[in-house]
Design a protein around this ligand. Structure first.
Ligand SMILES: *[C@@H]1O[C@H](CO)[C@@H](O)[C@H](O)[C@H]1NC(C)=O
Ligand SMILES: *[C@@H]1O[C@H](CO)[C@@H](O)[C@H](O)[C@H]1NC(C)=O
Ligand SMILES: *[C@@H]1O[C@H](CO)[C@@H](O)[C@H](O)[C@H]1NC(C)=O
Length: 403
């Protein structure tokens, strides 16, 4: 009992003790983590949804922008969804900015994360100077008007902007825009993890990835054996693996079933508390890891999903009051395209070669990611979730059925 509560205390302390961020920012990190799980579950419910890739801290900052443009009930509801109702207005925007500046610092983290944000308004809108100034300052937003009368070229212009902002990594955000009469937010991101210990670039070969039992695609797979945090949850038939990224400031946590099966079963278990439990059970072990070496390009329109998890006012044309954007009550949030290219690659820092050929790497556990898995990119310094997602269908050609 005593040991148990001590462990619980230590866990709590590791959550609370962070001095990197201000206390307001820590509150927002905490609520962005809840937002991550709510949003993930809401999206996973959707039929035909395959790969998922969401950055909770970037979604939080987009909500911050909506709060900045909102008034009365619309503004207070955004803050509730954001968990920012415990944070005073004068701290909300600067704290959200503080989080993003910290976690996206490429120099400190040795990780490539390019984030570009744009707010599009219909050609009739006049952006208020104050709003433009503050959304640039806190959220690094660009502003642009767009005319949807020629829809094809409007969509093309959006995709071209996203492509350019991500150095071509994200060539297409959307093929179409349904609701063209409101404010449209776009997050265009490129993320490339840089491993704490690199994979050897030659340890890559083509393997099959089982999207489901009867559908296999061919993907390049990278392999390495190292010492990693590993836990085998035998009650739930799944593996948990944590692989640190450069400077060990962040890590990728993989959650994968033993064998190919729909992710639904694991997703039912996937709560914040369960993930914390899994992480607390990790043990440093030799693990032979095989991961698809692929780039995931995923774009979600979060407008509807945010509406379903409580943001009902801003997305409703009849109710929305976003008059701090334009000075008039003439806008609602019609789209929020949240798009990322995530490149899983071999690159990282040189490995610790002193353990090669020693007992430390003997009899490794196998983590062979040839079927769908869930992952989280966790920032250790701020305790925030940089990404939550799942890889269900990697890019690759269908392989002939094997008997
Ligand atoms: C709306 O903008 C005005 C003027 O810039 C500002 O004083 C007010 O605080 C803003 N309202 C909200 C809810 O942010
Ligand atoms: C990023 O981190 C580096 C090294 O820790 C630091 O010198 C720099 O000021 C940081 N940049 C920002 C924008 O915070
Ligand atoms: C990470 O560090 C390595 C080695 O110092 C360097 O070559 C690489 O450019 C860095 N990458 C980023 C994104 O900072």
């Amino acid at each position: 009992m005593w040991v148990k509560s001590l462990v619980a205390l230590c866990l709590l302390a590791s959550v609370r003790a962070d001095k990197t961020l201000s206390s307001h920012a820590n509150i927002l990190v905490d609520s962005s983590t809840n937002l991550a799980f709510d949003l993930y579950h809401n999206m996973a419910k959707e039929k035909n949804m395959e790969n998922i890739l969401i950055s909770p801290v970037v979604v939080a900052s987009s909500l911050g922008l909506v709060a900045l443009g909102g008034k009365s009930n619309t503004a207070s509801q955004v803050k509730t969804v954001l968990g920012g109702n415990k944070v005073k207005d004068e701290h909300l925007h600067s704290s959200l900015a503080e989080i993003l500046t910290e976690v996206s610092n490429s120099t400190a983290r040795n990780v490539t994360w390019k984030i570009s944000n744009r707010l599009y308004g219909p050609s009739s809108v006049n952006f208020a100077d104050d709003f433009v100034k503050n959304s640039k300052k806190h959220y690094k937003y660009e502003h642009s008007k767009i005319n949807f009368r020629d829809k094809r070229s409007a969509v093309k212009a959006i995709n071209e902007w996203a492509s350019k902002s991500t150095d071509g990594k994200l060539p297409e955000i959307t093929k179409d825009v349904e609701k063209t009469d409101g404010a449209m937010i776009i997050n265009a991101m490129f993320y490339k993890p840089h491993w704490d210990e690199q994979f050897h670039h030659k340890m890559v070969d083509n393997r099959g990835f089982l999207v489901h039992r009867s559908y296999t695609v061919s993907v390049p797979m990278m392999h390495r054996t190292g010492v990693y945090g590993f836990y085998e949850d035998t009650a739930n038939n799944l593996f948990v693996l944590e692989m640190p990224l450069a400077h060990k400031m962040s890590s990728v946590v993989f959650i994968m079933t033993y064998h190919v099966e729909p992710l639904e079963r694991v997703e039912k278990l996937l709560t914040r508390k369960q993930v914390e439990t899994w992480l607390s059970k990790l043990e440093q072990k030799a693990v032979a890891v095989s991961l698809p070496k692929v780039s995931m390009e995923v774009s979600h329109n979060l407008q509807k999903h945010l509406g379903q998890i409580g943001l009902t006012e801003a997305v409703d044309k009849a109710k929305a009051d976003l008059s701090n954007i334009s000075g008039k009550k003439d806008l609602y949030l019609s789209n929020l395209f949240h798009a990322s290219a995530l490149e899983w690659d071999t690159e990282g820092n040189p490995p610790d070669t002193s353990i090669f050929g020693t007992d430390k790497l003997k009899n490794p556990k196998l983590f062979y990611a040839d079927h769908p898995f869930i992952f989280l990119v966790k920032d250790k310094k701020t305790n925030s979730i940089l990404y939550i997602g799942r890889l269900v269908r990697p890019k690759g050609d269908k392989m002939r059925d094997e008997l």
